[in-house]
Write a protein of this length. Structure first.
Length: 575
């Protein structure tokens, strides 16, 4: 009974904290940051694994429908955007009431004190979120009614007991849809809370709230003893991948920053000299080591074209730059092994050169077009005032490597590590399908084309592919098409050169990626020894490197806030 009373008390405490925050800008931003991390974390780490356990991987599709379906409707029918968002809020609120019934049932089980404490910790940010989002749109009465219904649901669940927890299929489907709807509402909170700006006025305060949210999640899950064996396996794989990648990442960010500091983009006009084949070779050689993500290369390409660089050189640069980079090359060695790293390097270089040399002969720039990705990207590499090595440029480059470059690639890397950790059971099914070699390579090449993933972030995913038995050629095809082809690149080429050029670019990259994959399978016919690092004992250098990367992540969150960092994944950059 004490636990029930304490849980009901959080429904009052949460709104009181929000009411106090609304009177102070910095505290308002901190509360928004806390809600963003805590609620998204609860859905991703607590609710989603249980849904996958009950519904299988189809749960992810239902959650995705709840998350992105409303955004599609809002984009398609702009006049009804606010109404659509309000409807999603109603769905999410209804699901929260149902979820409180399950919480009440857990509270009735006196034999699981850890779960009871976890419910208490979970309920506080949920109460804050309800008041935070509903009070501006529905007023005090509407938000209070929702909290009252949540309280009644908790009491009802407490009275019903734990047999309520064995809900049917329909209830789990509803919970999956609600989970996606909650994420949609939290990510798009501006529809309902006009007091918040698109660009936080106090990103440091938001970052502090984000870190408090992470602390809350750690406490919540430390008390939750109901952790499945599958989730423990995911955690172990995530930790192993991070340990292996950490030293290479630190070296990669350092070297990439130095490169950016001493070789500014405006000193690269020479890449347009010579024949078409030579121009393409120049563009490939310059772009291959450049530490720029898939989104960042888009404005660089536009800048090169506007400065008179021939299309052959610019197209080779457009492919080579996001394909590898020093950071991605260095992290490939411990995760993928020497053979696969060399195959990746050779394939990226040859494909970039061939596309530039073949298409550069007939591609023309449309007049009156500026191009661009529309994501607010900037010229990442123009950080040094003059060419040549100098101490000031090197220091500025290192600062760029640990801030701008780290900020733009870290979200992709974390996403890649998480996908790799979760996808291992699914990837292990690929060899059992007994797909012909060419079909498997083609499937993974097509899978990578619409994805918006950087070279560094895709590396741990491919490492888990190889460990699970996916062929080296199929893995290489995914590594090529993932960073090189995405909607922003197709949009840029279509606006600057026409739709036919954009389609031809995608088709040529796909054909060459499949060809490279088939050749790789023929050359690397023996199984790759990429599983060795799993059983290795972590060294002190790995642990220290991971600790330093964790510190850089904390610094990035405090400097920019989690919303802006997550915005790197969609190109919105914090909108």
């Amino acid at each position: 009974m004490i636990a029930l009373v304490a849980t009901l008390a959080t429904l009052i405490a949460g709104p009181l904290v929000v009411a106090r925050a609304n009177r102070d800008t910095r505290m308002r931003e901190a509360v928004d940051g806390f809600i963003f991390v805590s609620i998204a974390g609860l859905v991703a780490v607590d609710i989603l694994p249980h849904l996958v356990e009950g519904l299988g991987w189809v749960a992810l599709l239902i959650v995705a429908a709840g998350l992105w379906g409303p955004s599609w409707l809002e984009h398609r029918f702009r006049a009804a955007a606010h109404g659509t968002h309000v409807a999603v809020v109603l769905v999410a609120a209804t699901g929260l009431v149902v979820h409180t019934v399950a919480d009440g049932a857990v509270l009735s089980d006196v034999h699981q004190p850890g779960l009871v404490l976890a419910v208490l910790l979970h309920r506080f940010p949920v109460a804050m979120t309800v008041w935070w989002l509903l009070r501006p749109a529905w007023g005090v009465g509407g938000a209070s009614l929702m909290l009252a219904l949540m309280g009644l649901g908790t009491i009802a669940g407490f009275g019903a007991g734990t047999h309520f927890l064995s809900g049917g299929l329909a209830l789990m489907v509803l919970e999956a849809l609600v989970a996606g709807s909650i994420l949609h509402v939290v990510f798009n909170r501006l529809h309902l809370n006009p007091a918040l700006s698109r660009q936080p006025s106090a990103p440091q305060a938001e970052g502090l709230g984000n870190l408090l949210g992470l602390v809350f999640l750690a406490l919540a899950f430390a008390t939750d003893l109901d952790v499945s064996a599958e989730m423990l396996d995911v955690g172990v794989r995530l930790y192993q991948l991070a340990l292996v990648a950490a030293p290479a990442l630190l070296i990669g960010y350092s070297l990439a920053g130095l490169l950016a500091g001493v070789v500014p983009v405006r000193s690269l006009a020479w890449i347009g000299r010579g024949s078409v084949a030579r121009q393409s070779l120049n563009g490939m050689l310059v772009g291959l080591p450049m530490p720029v993500c898939s989104c960042g290369v888009v404005p660089l390409y536009r800048s090169l074209i506007q400065r008179g660089v021939p299309p052959a050189a610019a197209l080779a640069f457009l492919i080579a730059t996001p394909e590898l980079g020093l950071d991605a090359l260095i992290i490939s060695l411990p995760l993928l092994g020497l053979d696969m790293t060399l195959a990746r390097l050779l394939a990226a270089a040859l494909i970039a050169w061939l596309v530039g040399a073949l298409m550069g002969r007939f591609v023309r720039v449309l007049t009156g077009t500026g191009g661009g990705c529309g994501h607010g990207c900037h010229d990442h590499l123009d950080v040094s005032p003059e060419a040549g090595f100098n101490r000031a440029g090197a220091l500025q480059g290192l600062r760029y490597g640990y801030t701008d470059l780290f900020d733009s690639t870290m979200p992709w890397l974390v996403l890649g590590l998480i996908i790799a950790a979760f996808a291992a059971p699914l990837l292990e099914l690929v060899p059992t399908l007994n797909l012909p070699g060419v079909v498997e390579v083609l499937a993974f090449a097509l899978m990578g084309m619409p994805l918006y993933v950087c070279a560094t972030g895709s590396t741990p995913i491919v490492a888990m592919m190889l460990i699970s038995g996916v062929s080296p050629g199929a893995s290489l095809a995914f590594l090529i098409t993932g960073p090189a082809t995405n909607p922003a690149t197709f949009g840029l080429l279509s606006s600057m050169h026409g739709r036919k050029v954009a389609l031809l670019f995608g088709a040529l990259v796909a054909v060459l990626a499949v060809t490279a994959g088939v050749v790789t399978n023929a050359v690397l016919s023996e199984p790759l020894n990429v599983r060795d690092w799993i059983d290795d004992e972590p060294g002190l250098w790995q642990q220290l490197s991971l600790l330093v990367l964790g510190g850089l992540c904390v610094s990035a969150i405090l400097r920019r806030g989690a919303r802006a960092l997550v915005g790197e994944l969609s190109g919105s950059h914090g909108r």
